[in-house]
Unconditional design. Structure first.
Length: 188
């Protein structure tokens, strides 16, 4: 059975989603009012009439450093770039009573998949990122969260987070970042 992902019809989203690039504060969109659907991921990745909702996590250590890594995962279109965001698709197993809680469940699942035994943390919704410049961007909408870890020692990253380092934001912007990371950093 094909993997299902959470998506929303692009035409039902605010006009700022269609800009070349857009960064919006968390007040720009009431997530719980979105009319979401579960689509086959294979179809959703090619269908620009939908945007897949992607929790995009900026993971901050207790000493205010952020996780940065070289892209080396399943998304071939992003290989060779650096990222300060961890994220992924929301699946039916993340489902909850509200869209907001479903997204948070997806964010927590992603955090647990990308880090081995992550510590307790505080999750804050920062805002939204979107772009229409790339084939990846035209079918996704980023829901940006800041995850502040509470333990003194950062958790060990999973294999997909290749060469992960912890850096302050002013050093991260000097990396060869993917577009979503550049956009998300402006929400800090």
């Amino acid at each position: 059975m094909a993997e299902k992902v959470m998506a929303v019809k692009t035409e039902t989203l605010p006009q700022w989603v269609m800009a070349d690039t857009s960064v919006q504060p968390n007040s720009a969109l009431n997530i719980n009012l979105l009319q979401t659907e579960w689509l086959s991921r294979d179809l959703a990745e090619k269908n620009e009439s939908y945007r897949q909702l992607i929790p995009y996590l900026l993971v901050e250590s207790q000493d205010s450093l952020f996780a940065v890594y070289h892209r080396n995962g399943t998304e071939q279109r992003l290989h060779g770039l650096c990222s300060c965001g961890v994220g992924g698709h929301v699946n039916p197993k993340d489902g909850a009573d509200t869209v907001s809680q479903t997204l948070k469940n997806g964010a927590n699942r992603e955090l647990n998949e990308e880090f081995k035994a992550p510590s307790t943390c505080t999750t804050s919704l920062l805002g939204f990122i979107s772009e229409t410049k790339t084939s990846v961007g035209r079918v996704h909408l980023g829901i940006v969260y800041k995850i502040k870890l509470s333990s003194a020692k950062p958790p060990e990253p999973a294999e997909e987070l290749h060469n992960l380092v912890w850096l302050p934001p002013e050093e991260i912007v000097q990396c060869n970042l993917e577009l979503w990371s550049r956009l998300a950093l402006t929400l800090l």
